[in-house]
Design a protein around this ligand. Structure first.
Ligand code: UGA
Length: 434
């Protein structure tokens, strides 16, 4: 099937490449010329495992191309909208500028019978408004939210847990077109849920709100553990054995960040206020507050471990990305902790396997070192803030001890073997662990 994908960021670039890999003829469109140039060369503009291979294959097969020219969307049967919906600069709500601009730019090239499939995360009610704008062209709008995780985006797109398609009352025909698009997953029996616009939009924000709540729940338990001497990691293991609760997303530490969870819970709360139901999800403000407090806690641990001040102390920060397998530093708790320590007068050296370039651009005041051992050399304290394998599995406490000036380690992700680090002579501090 001929498809167009408008917006070639994390969502759109991966979607375009994944759709070509399952046999469709795809054009990816974006206003950013440098992004399009790099994608056209088969190079991913961001770190995403498996994406460069998919781009190269797709381009070589002739089924995948990228352009800045919206006119090339003409003739595609399904047009996916995958542009960003960031947090507004002066508030909590989502900024819909890019979604509106993408739809407006696409409208002149739509034909009778086309399907416009929104994938961006939007406030509930957006699809109904956009449907009115699209209707005069004879095309139909559906809402088809995306649930991919960065770092696993290729797998999540080609083989999702579920597919959700929001349609108008008469939407079965368009739902069938989407079934045809996602034919390998449909054939495999992956749940395919056809519903109304509002439910489809809400499924996405509800899923992210639930995940954020789960993380803040365990971080709240970490706060209680800190004043009682309990160990939140053991607590998470124990409650996680209950299948109704589950262990995933119960990793206590410096909390969640990235381009999705933080802005999505804020936008959801803002939308609920607009709808007169602010109190229904008022707890999301608490989820957000707990999350932000964990960054303070991590900084406090370093300060107190260094005797009450980090001024003119060498602090090595291991990690800058908001999570491993990503070079994304949007709202990264890791980078935030580094910047806060720098603000307190510490000499901060920071390293990350993938995110140094992005981090340096945003925060040039920090000292970036590519090599982990080089970064550790001379440190008075070390803090792990992104649980890359390079730190959690491949860093021996004995070897690290031979490089630093002071054996103080703060485990901001509770990802290290505390006993092994203590046995090697380190003062180990976890988050919500004795
Ligand atoms: C999230 C959702 O997981 C995806 O399903 C969704 O499609 C995506 O947002 C989106 O809306 O586009 P992502 O932002 O890639 O995906 O990252 P997650 O894997 O959810 O991690 C988010 C943050 O939570 C990270 O900073 C991570 O370190 C943190 N986290 C995760 C914890 O602090 N503890 C945990 O136990 C798990």
């Amino acid at each position: 099937m001929r498809l167009s994908v408008i917006g070639c960021g994390y969502l759109g670039a991966v979607h375009a490449a994944a759709m070509a890999s399952i046999g469709h003829d795809v054009v990816g469109i974006d206003v950013d010329e440098s992004k399009i140039a790099s994608l056209s060369r088969g190079e991913a503009p961001f770190f995403e495992p498996g994406l460069p291979e998919l781009l190269t294959e797709g381009i070589a097969s002739g089924r995948l191309r990228f352009t800045t020219d919206m006119a090339e969307a003409q003739g595609a049967k399904v047009h996916f909208i995958g542009v960003g919906t960031p947090q507004q600069k002066d508030g909590s709500a989502a900024d819909l500028t890019y979604v509106n601009a993408a739809v407006d730019a696409l409208i002149p090239y739509l034909s009778e019978g086309d399907v416009v499939a929104g994938k961006s995360t939007v406030p509930v009610g957006t699809a109904a408004t956009l449907a009115e704008r699209v209707a005069p062209t004879g095309a139909t709008l559906v809402w088809n939210p995306e649930f991919l995780r960065e770092g696993f985006a290729v797998k999540d797109t080609i083989d999702p847990d579920r597919m959700v398609v929001g349609v108008r009352e008469d939407g079965e025909r368009v739902a069938d077109i989407l079934r045809e698009v996602y034919h390998p997953s449909v054939a495999k029996g992956t749940p395919f849920i056809v519903t109304d616009y509002a439910t489809a939009e809400l499924v996405k924000v509800a899923a992210n709100a639930f995940l954020a709540t789960k993380i803040s729940f365990i971080n709240a338990m970490a706060e209680i553990a800190e004043v009682t001497g309990a160990d939140v990691t053991t607590l998470a293991d124990a409650i996680g054995h209950d299948a109704r609760i589950g262990r995933r997303f119960l990793g206590a530490g410096i909390g969640f960040g990235g381009g999705c969870l933080p802005k999505d819970i804020r936008a959801f709360a803002a939308r609920a206020e607009e709808l007169g139901r602010g109190e229904s999800i008022a707890f999301l403000r608490e989820v957000d507050a707990i999350n932000m407090r964990r960054r303070d806690r991590a900084v406090d641990l370093v300060v107190s471990a260094l005797g009450g001040s980090v001024f003119k102390k060498n602090v090595t920060v291991l990690g800058a990305a908001f999570k491993p397998h990503s070079d994304d530093i949007r709202d990264s708790p890791a980078l935030d902790v580094a910047v806060r320590l720098h603000g307190l007068g510490a000499w901060v050296t920071i390293t990350d396997p993938e995110a140094i370039e992005n981090a340096r651009e945003r925060h040039p005041q920090l000292n970036y070192v590519a090599d982990r051992d080089e970064a550790l050399r001379g440190a008075d304290a070390v803090i792990v803030v992104t649980e890359w394998d390079e730190y959690r599995r491949q860093m021996s406490p004995e070897h690290a001890a031979s490089l630093v000036s002071g054996r103080v380690i703060v485990d901001g992700r509770n990802c290290l073997d505390a006993a092994a680090w203590r046995a090697a002579g380190w003062e180990y501090y976890g988050m919500g662990r004795p």
